[in-house]
Design a protein around this ligand. Sequence first.
Ligand code: PA5
Length: 440
Amino acid sequence: MNISFSYNNALTTEALTQYQAAVKAAQNELVQGTGLGNDFLGWLHLPTDIRSQLDDIQACANMLRSKCDIIVCIGIGGSYLGAKAVIEALSSSFAWLEGNKPAIVYAGQNISEDYLYELQSLLRNKKFGIISISKSGTTTEPALAFRLLKTQLEKQCGEAFAKECIICITDAKRGALRTLATQQGYKTFVIEDNIGGRFSVLSPVGLLPIACAGFDIYQLIDGATKMMELCGIDTPFEQNPAALYAATRNKLYADGKKIELLVNYHPKLHFMSEWWKQLYGESEGKENKGIFPASVDFTTDLHSMGQYIQEGERHLMETVISVLEPQYTLHFPHDEQNLDGLNFLAGKRIDHVNKMAELGTMIAHVDGGVPNMKIELPQINEYYLGQLIYFFEIACGISGYMLHVNPFNQPGVEAYKKNMFALLDKPGYEAESAAIKARL
Ligand code: PA5
């Protein structure tokens, strides 16, 4: 079994077939490396290329797991979202309370003083490790968190422990993190030049934290490899899930559906949506173009966003991640008194109720003018998450080329950084400082 994609509740086959040639052209650009940003295509073959590193990554994870109560993953954007998406999807919803060790926590994904204070308090008197991830090695948020936590770790557990339990994942040669790691003798893994942050989850960036959390990175890569085969250039259009997804969302976008909601019915997938939002938002949102990627967790958000989706402005499309089989089985009990009137559900699985909510919502939304795409995920496990990740990545590359943008750069991310540095009086930003302060 593999993950599958269906567009039946979004478009007709005839409408979709019009996009077949555009998809093929985009696929060719991607595979032949002739498109924009073609120096960032290292992720395309990552499922096979990374295999030789898996044992080293696993050994490093085993070492950290044996020595640390808590492992802090420091990174932002593509340097943390993929790992967090997979770890949350595979972990118990109550992992914290169950006291599983090592616990995985995150830093460097914000600059909140309260967050960092509370994290430092949590780490006090604990043996903790740090995985510091930054491709550029110069991003402010993770650099700031790293300095704080490295100082705490050295004081708390000693220099030798810190030296062993700080792992850096960064560029092979460039950046402050590389310089620091070399000087201190930390173990490092490399983010290859041709792999952008948001396409890096199947590299050590995602794999080391995922292995540290105790999940099977070999299965994850097997799943991604399978999806690589299924979405190959020789797969016919109608059998290629990524080609169909790219075609459907582009056709809907051309029809005025400017916002895509990624929908899940299992809250464990919340961060998969966060990762997907970065992947698509940063890849496509440029040159005043691009579908706006948003997400909802159902049925929770049906009680907050449901009204808008059903009857608000008709610029929405939905992509539902439908999980065929949950990990556990739970039946609804019979109650003699039936005061809540729910005996009609007695003996049924909770998942059956969830599935009927999913089906009912899909029909209601399609009736209300929100086209629905569906991705069926047989189960939430490493193998199928590997498939899902690669499916979204390759569809994103195809989709970006169909939109005629460079899906692999992110020039717009620099604007806020420039202003922040100017406002903070960073050396080298004197002119920008004067200019921005004059506007305040
Ligand atoms: O996708 C991207 O390239 C970005 O989101 C980066 O991952 C993010 O900005 C973090 O950059 P870095 O890994 O250089 O610290």
